[in-house]
Design a protein around this ligand. Sequence first.
Ligand code: ACO
Length: 157
Amino acid sequence: MPVLPNEYSIRRVKPSDYEGIVETLRVLTVVGDVTKEQFEETVAYWNEVTVKSKGEPIKAYNPHVITDGSGKVVATGTVFIERKILHDCGLVGHIEDIAVAKDQQGKKLGQLLIEHLTELALSRGCYKVILDCDEKNVGFYQKCGYSIKGVEMDRRS
Ligand code: ACO
């Protein structure tokens, strides 16, 4: 398994990550005109929502960033933990919104982030971790240990 470059670190998202996260997410898709206040309110919401794991509340939203030596956000991604009826009211982790800044791609940051989020979900009791992605990223997720299962579909307004 690769390791983070010197002085890079991985941690949970903070309200002060506004600029870094909005900028980094632009490599993935349209972010829109999200204000600092909207971002901070969303992070506060993420910090509040819990799901029960073995009778104990754990955080449902687990947004993370990788920062470089100067503290700049260079990658971001989330694992959302859902409680189901299936599998004895089991937990499933959903990997969402993975983005590595353009000038930082190819340094294994994406793989390290996926490994971190996957381990977080499994250690909280998830029986599986799943994600949707474009065809062009299948090879990346296979390198992260994921396999193709089924077909992704959507319906939009
Ligand atoms: N297809 C095939 N293999 C790939 C791809 C790809 N698109 N991207 C990386 N790889 C390979 C690398 O070559 C490397 O292989 P190696 O171990 O043989 O050297 C391995 O996967 C790990 O690559 P990383 O360096 O960790 O990849 P990176 O840090 O650049 O992150 C990512 C990959 C996340 C796809 C990045 O390019 C990115 O942010 N792209 C734009 C946004 C995006 O598409 N995000 C994914 C959305 S899907 C979701 O959110 C669930």
